[in-house]
Design a protein around this ligand. Structure first.
Ligand code: 5AD
Ligand code: SF4
Length: 501
């Protein structure tokens, strides 16, 4: 059961009565998702819960009757970005009211959780503010807003499990789907807002995850990415004492017919246990790509960040993971300019980057988050120093990433074809290492895994060609053609990394 952390009661205040339009069936919903994959998943689930009220999802706010900003609070000026978007929406709402049409505006996600009623005061254009734990209550909130109520506020951490109140069938999300298995975090890294906005660590029951994965596969998914703020802390225990860790969960998922690929993100080094490392060597469905943030290469800074591991711990972990799965591609997050970071600390971050040679990595300037211990530290690093360090680190990361991508040219690897490319006759897919791959292929191969020879490296993707024009067959897993020695694989990023760990 979810631990109740804090909360505010569902509140609302009445406003003018609503025009008849809100009793119609063909209303339009636009959700703008900021931040990580967990928000993408939440956006999909919110869409599913309001569809029965007659809302169809659209790609633009212009004609929407209901607009939700699904916000992220992880780094700098997130709240300010939301307020400027709300400024634009205020104009849209005013135009609507001139022609007698109402527009409902909601703010969801971590900024909503953190700011709560304050958002309502600062931006009266908002009708609803609600946190990540209550989107199963969204239909009630929307009905209430449709009835003319305004200032609907719900930032509760309810005792009930929101997943129990969401539709069991999943909407078609394409061949590669996200599935949240864990939320919240108990690690309390001193820079991070997640334990405050997403609450205490919580793992969904394994049986329910399996059922959701089966529903996703039934609706066409061939790949599932398991999501959690600290996903490898996943831990389920039944009343009979049957314990399921992430490795066990992956093993169970791997037995689902037609689920060809499993990924998970984001992991904390401390929670990478032996069973999970071993699973990378034994489960063919577990893709050879691991996002394992280190954040800094300096033990002093890691301690100040409360990361609970040293550089040596991390490197020995990397060795063990590479021993289990030699071709694994590693990725990381880095923060530069954490309070007290000296040039020597920063040099140590560059050094770990050179040692591990990440296939891909995300890097950020430290951004003091109100209420976190890091924000209260005295020795904040000046902005210009942070900018210089970030540029230097990113240049190094890009260099390693390019090397990895170049090393893929000439290799043949299985690519899951996920959607049409921008050019006619072109499909866009993913390699096992999460690289985007463009390939000339007919649209009826959508959702299949094809053997593709990598021909060249483009700025944000790889170019490849089908090894042989393949007939349309159910997707099957084929191992990457074994080639290169090991350890030198990368990915091209398309999404911001999921918080955290
Ligand atoms: N400032 C800068 N980066 C941060 N991250 C989390 N909190 C902060 C912060 N306050 C980064 C971490 C994390 C990623 C998702 O965002 O690197 O792993
Ligand atoms: Fe938890 Fe990750 Fe945030 Fe640390 S960075 S507090 S592990 S979510």
């Amino acid at each position: 059961m979810r631990r109740k952390v804090t909360g505010s009661k569902y509140q609302e205040r009445s406003g003018p009565r609503e025009p008849a339009r809100f009793h119609e069936l063909n209303k339009k919903l636009f959700i703008k998702s900021y931040g990580c994959q967990m928000n993408v998943y939440d956006t999909q689930r919110m869409t599913e819960v309001v569809e029965p009220l007659g809302y169809q999802s659209v790609d633009s706010p212009d004609d929407a009757d209901l607009i939700i900003l699904n916000t992220c609070h992880i780094r700098e000026k997130a709240a300010e970005k939301v307020y400027s978007e709300l400024g634009r929406l205020r104009q849209l709402k005013a135009q609507r009211s001139k022609v007698g049409r109402r527009l409902i505006i909601g703010v969801a996600g971590c900024v909503a959780q953190a700011e709560g009623a304050e958002m309502m005061r600062r931006a009266p254009v908002i009708d609803m503010v609600f946190g990540p734990q209550v989107y199963h209550r969204l239909p009630d909130m929307v009905r209430s807003a449709e009835a003319g109520n305004r200032n609907i506020l719900d930032t509760d951490f309810p005792a009930e499990d929101k997943f129990d109140h969401l539709p069991k069938a999943r909407a078609l999300t394409g061949p590669a789907a996200f599935l949240t298995i864990q939320e919240g975090c108990d690690k309390f890294c001193t820079f991070c807002v997640v334990p405050y906005t997403r609450g205490a660590e919580y793992s969904r029951p394994a049986d329910k995850i399996i059922a959701e994965a089966e529903a996703l596969v039934a609706s066409g998914a061939r790949e599932v990415t398991l999501l959690g703020q600290n996903v490898n802390a996943y831990h389920d225990e039944t009343a009979q004492g049957v314990v399921t860790g992430l490795a066990d969960l992956c093993t169970r998922l791997a037995s689902i017919d037609r689920l060809e690929r499993i990924r998970y993100t984001t992991s904390h080094p401390r929670d990478m246990d032996d069973a999970l490392i071993e699973a990378h060597g034994t489960l063919v469905q577990l893709m050879p790509y691991l996002h394992l943030p280190i954040q800094s290469g300096s033990d002093r800074i890691l301690a100040a960040m409360n990361r609970q591991h040293t550089v040596e711990d991390y490197l020995s972990l990397v060795d063990r993971i590479r021993a289990a799965r030699p071709d694994i591609a590693l990725s990381s997050d880095f923060i530069v300019g954490f309070p007290g970071e000296t040039e020597a600390d920063f040099e140590a971050t560059l050094a770990i980057c050179k040692t591990v040679k990440y296939a891909q990595a995300y890097s950020f300037k430290y951004s003091p988050r109100p209420g976190t211990p890091g924000a209260a530290l005295d020795d904040q690093v000046p902005e210009d120093v942070k900018s210089r360090r970030l540029a230097e680190l990113q240049a190094l990361i890009i260099c390693h990433q390019s090397e990895f991508n170049e090393s893929c040219v000439g290799r043949v690897m299985p690519v899951l074809l996920e959607k049409s490319g921008r050019l006619g006759g072109q499909m866009l897919g993913r390699s096992p290492y999460l690289q985007s791959v463009h390939v000339a292929a007919s649209a009826d191969l959508l959702g299949t895994i094809q053997q593709v020879r990598i021909d060249d490296v483009k700025p944000n993707s790889l170019g490849g060609s089908l090894l042989a024009p393949a007939p349309v067959v159910p997707a099957t897993m084929a191992p990457a053609v074994a080639s290169d020695s090991a350890a030198e694989h990368s990915k091209i990023p398309t999404l911001e990394s999921t918080h955290q760990a």
